[in-house]
Design a protein around this ligand. Structure first.
Ligand SMILES: [Zn+2]
Length: 216
């Protein structure tokens, strides 16, 4: 191989690496997978969206060895008549379950520990985002015994890098549509902050700093 061919090959390799880097940082895949309408309600057009709530979910109780099956998770939402606007899979794929102009049933009863409190009214002014994840043994104790938890595949516990990347992208995207949501911990909250006696998600394994926010 002459010197010029070597240079050309080097340039090609560098371009391929750059393209790969661009691809890795590109927009996540967003798939519409809307839940039936009994899982949500119309949002009045006069109601601004001011907050985002982060959750985790899985079908671990029903399917301990395959907790992240999309159909099983959506079936749980349908059976209980609950929902979130988005669900982020382990590979970072974002599923839209409810349109943003509808109220998703994700927060339930609770109260923010700071104004505007939004006591038992969080759903009407928020977007709910679920991440497919499993928390610590203590956080999962309402669903699994210690023996059941210890049998889980350890790779299924916690959050993936792809999920943090997609979540961060999704929050930016939502904030562009709803500018009253500020990118801070007063506007972007965890379910466990709102309903600490009932809920443990997204829990202690969720690293808020990975989406540019502070851990409390
Ligand atoms: Zn939750």
């Amino acid at each position: 191989m002459n010197a010029m061919s070597k240079v050309k090959r080097l340039v090609l390799n560098v371009s391929a690496i750059c393209c790969l880097a661009c691809w890795a940082k590109s927009q996540p895949v967003v798939v519409k997978r809307l839940l039936p309408e009994h899982c949500s309600a119309p949002r009045p057009s006069s109601q601004p969206v001011t907050h985002i709530m982060i959750h985790f979910c899985s079908a671990v109780k029903q399917h301990p060895t395959n907790p992240y099956d999309l159909a099983s998770i959506c079936q749980i939402f349908e059976d209980y008549g609950v929902s979130a606007h988005y669900l982020i899979a382990r590979d970072g794929t974002i599923y839209q379950l409810v349109k943003e102009n509808r109220i998703a049933y994700h927060a339930g009863k609770g109260k923010l520990p700071f104004p505007p409190y939004l006591e038992n009214s969080f759903n009407s002014c928020s977007i709910g985002i679920e991440l497919m994840a499993i928390g610590t043994q203590q956080e999962m104790s309402a669903y699994l015994s210690a023996e059941e938890y210890n049998r889980l595949n350890k790779n299924h516990i916690g959050f993936t890098q792809a999920q943090y990347w997609s979540l961060s992208w999704l929050i930016d995207d939502i904030c562009r549509r709803h500018p009253q949501i500020k990118r801070d911990r007063w506007h972007i909250v965890g379910h466990d902050q709102y309903a600490p006696k009932r809920k443990t998600d997204p829990g202690s394994l969720f690293d808020w700093s990975r989406i540019g926010l502070t851990n409390n």
